[in-house]
Design a protein around this ligand. Structure first.
Ligand code: ADP
Ligand code: MG
Length: 727
């Protein structure tokens, strides 16, 4: 293991040279140095080329071949100056990870020499032989392979290490028939959908200068750190990202002493390195702190346009891993590495902004701004209520099932928090009265009978899955290791549909007079009021109340996947050109397959570790106890050996139970695997949940009891008390 660590450390050492100079003024000069961003583009491209590129970024206009050639050449020169030898289209297949296949800039010439070359065509399109990525049935492996296409909405960047650098070109990934095989394409399409719907809605109320609207996101990322030495001794962490065995340590999170606590020197060193590397990559990380569980942390960047933000989050997760490795640590993004402790999530802060620079979720200061805000808010409330199932499935995964509803993260019930003041405004509106607000700071809407709006919504509720926090929504049920591309794409799409619905209603009633708008807003809010909940989402009462309100409570991934089996949802995504029916179905299949694979790997690891690591330790403990008992008796038969015999009996019993439960788990796996033929992937996922998941819990229960009995010297796995407290 020492060898493993030192190899990784050497290979990654180099970025440190750039980082070590980052102090004082050079800090701001270094920011974004690894990014072919706007400033570099402007400096290195001829004016007409730069303008053409900007237009492509802003409006999606296609670039001509010679302009693409000029951009490619400038990118190559810049990258080579930074030590790059290769480029890659960097894309996000349905695995949920990023993918890359590197090609060299080097072109051999006839005379046995070589030149460096990068053409517009190479920049624009790649043909990786990427037939092994999941396609959910969209594309048989024997068919034409997929291709990658440059996505200029997110800037190219460099990944550096001691031996050189690679130019990474953010890309989408499609089949030759044009079907989206990735997570990024539906996201980009959903941005167009919400822009179109929002512009239409705003123009219908007289906002004619609004021609484009774009979602913005700021993604807070939680993670755990563990010492690399311990990590390598835990096959479960290595294979599945979570501990499949392990008892609670003496001291857990009961003192709340880790949350916002002072950051240890070793971790702070790591964080400084991490932030500097992210700054070089133009990722605006602003915040760092300790989270609730021991050895759990969080970072948060400044928000940006959703395409850039999603890419930067994927990059952040990758850099987290690299930098942790340099520090002898492993960064874990699994949703629930440790049973009994808070797991990790991602908070997706989301809003929409228009081309005039307005945040559409800013309540605003004038009656007209208030009105716009109320319309947007109403559209979102309606969207979330109507499409709870889609938001739920957008964050569903085997790992997140451990977190949602476990008193640490929002429940699987989707609801919206808007806070007291806004709730009162909404209720007053529904009831057609003036809001009951003594608050002098409140703003008058000015329009007759439209209620007052609070200027600042500062109260917070950390338990809500979807909370309004003043000028944005915070989707808190997102899981730590997932790409936010789906949650963002799904949210954009359902809000687009809702905005269209509202515009249709306004138009059907003869236009945008204040009374008409007010009427539509009031009716829509009345219909969807049930989705608003400001109370404690962790409480049992809420589960009951939500059931009375007939809100969905899909606790597990296989249940949540029903949303992908729905005709209404397939039609919605088709209508908004976000996913075709085939693409929609493929997402359902891939999600089911990933669920099945994750549970399968966990089950295999559980069986193997129980049989080959834990059982032998228990048997060794028996031998030790038996030999000791016998030896004591031999010396003097009258010596008391009750304690040894009792310990031996318990260990023998538990060992027997462990063996039996492992056999049960094996049988459950065989039963479910036998299903594969002729069954839909979703049925396979349901069977895994029903048979294999509970059988794994059974094995763990008895193994964890053994951990409490067996001599610590004989216990082969690092325990929670060792894993969770980084020194
Ligand atoms: P908190 O969650 O403690 O309220 P902040 O309000 O500072 O923290 O914001 C959290 C995240 O929300 C940050 O990433 C921030 O950039 C992001 N954010 C702020 N405004 C917007 C917006 N209009 N759209 C999307 N994200 C935003
Ligand atoms: Mg937050």
């Amino acid at each position: 293991q020492a060898a493993v660590s030192s190899i990784a450390t050497d290979a990654l050492f180099d970025v440190r040279e750039d980082i070590s100079g980052m102090e004082g003024q050079s800090l701001s000069d270094s920011y974004g140095r690894y990014v072919f961003g706007d400033e570099v583009q402007q400096k290195r491209l001829p004016a007409n080329v730069y303008m053409a590129l900007r237009e492509t970024i802003d409006s999606g206009k296609t670039l001509s071949a010679d302009i693409a050639d000029e951009i490619a050449n400038a990118m190559k020169e810049w990258a080579v100056e930074h030590g790059a030898t290769h480029y890659t289209h960097w894309f996000q297949p349905m695995t949920g990870l990023t993918a890359e296949k590197h090609d060299s800039f080097l072109r051999p010439t006839e005379g046995g020499t070589a030149i460096l070359k990068f053409s517009g065509r190479q920049l624009s399109q790649g043909e990786p032989d990427a037939s092994s990525f999941p396609s959910g049935g969209l594309r048989a492996t024997f068919e034409a392979r997929g291709y990658t296409a440059w996505d200029p909405s997110s800037p190219a960047f460099l990944r550096k290490s001691a031996s050189g650098a690679t130019l990474c070109i953010p890309s989408v990934f499609c089949s030759w028939t044009g079907a989206a095989l990735d997570k990024k394409t539906p996201l980009l399409r959903s941005c167009q959908a919400i822009s179109k719907a929002a512009v239409r809605m705003l123009q219908s109320v007289g906002e004619n200068a609004v021609t484009r609207v774009a979602p913005t996101t700021g993604i807070e990322q939680e993670y755990f750190l563990v010492d690399k030495q311990f990590y390598h001794l835990r096959p479960d962490l290595m294979a599945t990202g979570r501990t499949l065995f392990g008892c609670a340590p003496y001291k857990g999170q009961e003192f709340d002493d880790h949350y916002f606590g002072s950051i240890s020197v070793r971790v702070l060193d790591f964080m400084r390195d991490l932030e500097k590397e992210l700054w070089l990559l133009g990722v605006p990380v602003m915040t760092r702190h300790n989270e609730v569980a021991p050895s759990q942390f969080e970072l948060a960047p400044q928000f940006s346009g959703v395409s850039v933000s999603v890419d930067q989050n994927m990059l952040t997760m990758s850099v987290l891993g690299d930098v942790a490795s340099r520090h002898g640590l492993v960064a874990m993004m699994h949703e629930k590495p440790y049973q009994g402790f808070n797991g990790s999530g991602k908070h997706m802060n989301w809003s929409i902004g228009d081309n005039l620079g307005n945040n559409l979720l800013e309540p605003g200061k004038t009656p007209h701004e208030n009105l716009k805000f109320m319309l947007v808010l109403t559209a979102i409330i309606r969207a979330v209520d109507l499409h709870q199932d889609l938001l739920r499935v957008s964050i569903a995964s085997a790992g997140n099932d451990h977190r949602l509803g476990a008193n640490e993260a929002p429940p699987a019930i989707i609801s919206i928090f808007v806070g007291d003041q806004l709730s009162e405004v909404i209720d007053a509106m529904i009831e057609g009265r003036s809001p009951d607000s003594p608050d002098q700071e409140s703003l008058r809407l000015g329009v007759d009978a439209l209620p007052q709006l609070p200027k600042d919504i500062s109260d917070r509720n950390r338990t809500s899955p979807f909370a309004f926090t003043g000028n944005k929504f915070e989707f808190r049920a997102v899981s730590s290791n997932q790409s936010v591309a789906y949650p963002a794409a799904f949210l954009n799409t359902i809000v687009a549909e809702s905005m269209d619905h509202i515009t249709n209603e306004i138009e059907a009633r003869g236009g945008s007079s204040a009374t008409t708008i007010q009427e539509v807003v009031r009716e829509t809010l009345a219909k969807h009021r049930r989705i608003l909940f400001d109370g404690d989402n962790y409480s049992e009462e809420w589960v009951e109340e939500a059931a009375r309100r007939e809100l969905l409570n899909r606790r597990t991934t296989p249940e949540a996947l029903a949303a992908m089996d729905s005709e209404k949802n397939a039609a919605l995504f088709e209508a908004y050109h976000v996913l075709t029916r085939d693409e929609f179905e493929s997402r359902r299949n891939v999600a089911s397959e990933i669920y099945v694979s994750r549970i399968r790997v966990e089950a295999r690891a559980t069986v193997d570790m129980a049989a080959t690591i834990i059982l032998p330790a228990a048997i060794a403990a028996q031998r030790q106890l038996a030999e000791t008992t016998q030896a004591v008796r031999q010396i003097d038969a009258s010596l008391p050996v009750d304690a040894q015999v009792q310990a031996l009996r318990l260990t023998c019993e538990l060992t027997g139970q462990l063996q039996a439960r492992v056999a049960d788990l094996r049988a459950a796996m065989e039963k479910v695997e036998g299903l594969e033929e002729g069954h839909e992937p979703i049925e396979h996922a349901q069977a895994m949940l029903k048979h294999v998941v509970p059988a794994m819990v059974q094995v763990r229960d008895v193994a964890d009891r053994l951990e409490k009995e067996v001599d610590d010297d004989l216990w082969p796995l690092p325990k929670y008390r060792e894993l969770m407290f980084i020194r």
